[in-house]
Design a binder for this molecule. Structure first.
Ligand code: ADP
Length: 185
């Protein structure tokens, strides 16, 4: 059973690696960023509410993402595992998830991967990516929000002995190989 949470700054490669691993293991890749972008594109009620926050590089309010993750983890395809990418992104979301997984009796074997990449490399990658929320000012804000709100989750999960750190500053293939070693161990 593979249940993984991907941590890491914007640009660390979470999305790409999460997708590759999910494919390898044939389990769903649940990216809150992807779900929000799709909702914004379709202008669903969720998308309309999230739009302003996302375009400014701020986190959307907990109740929006908590609800969407809760609903997603109720789908039948998560039965054999899942990879969460972009959630939790702050301690309040991590507590919510802990409780949710406890209710589902599946909190025991969740591992948390922290993909580590130096700041200058992150900035270069993000500027090269060209997504709508990837202009320099918004990127700076996203990195700031990461440091203030998401980075504390590294200690949170280390204290719970769930954390595994992987060097994200290697080729895509090298990172994938390391990650496969981790999830097979
Ligand atoms: P990144 O490449 O910055 O990691 P994501 O695709 O994960 O980007 O997320 C894009 C944006 O979606 C974030 O900047 C934020 O506004 C919003 N978002 C995604 N996940 C969450 C979450 N768990 N909590 C709050 N906001 C989120």
């Amino acid at each position: 059973m593979t249940r993984l949470i991907f941590l890491g700054a914007p640009g660390a490669g979470k999305g790409t690696q999460a997708q590759t691993l999910a494919h390898h293991r044939n389990i769903p890749h649940i990216s809150t960023g992807d779900i929000l972008r799709q909702a914004m594109q379709r202008q669903t009620p969720l998308g309309v509410k999230a739009q302003d926050y996302v375009s400014r590089g701020e986190l959307v309010p907990d109740e929006l993402v908590n609800d969407l993750v809760e609903e997603r983890l109720d789908e039948p395809d998560v039965e054999h595992g899942w990879i969460l990418d972009g959630f939790p992104r702050k301690v309040s979301q991590a507590s919510f998830l802990d409780e949710l997984l406890q209710q589902k009796h599946s909190d025991r074997n969740v591992r948390v991967i922290n993909l580590e990449v130096p700041d200058d490399v992150l900035m270069a990658r993000l500027l090269g990516r060209g997504r709508a929320d990837d202009n320099e000012e918004v990127i700076r804000r996203r990195l700031e929000v990461y440091r203030e709100q998401t980075a504390p989750l590294i200690d949170y999960y280390r204290d719970r002995q769930q954390l595994v750190c992987v060097n994200g500053n290697q080729s895509l293939e090298e990172v994938t190989a390391e990650l496969l070693d981790v999830i097979d161990s």
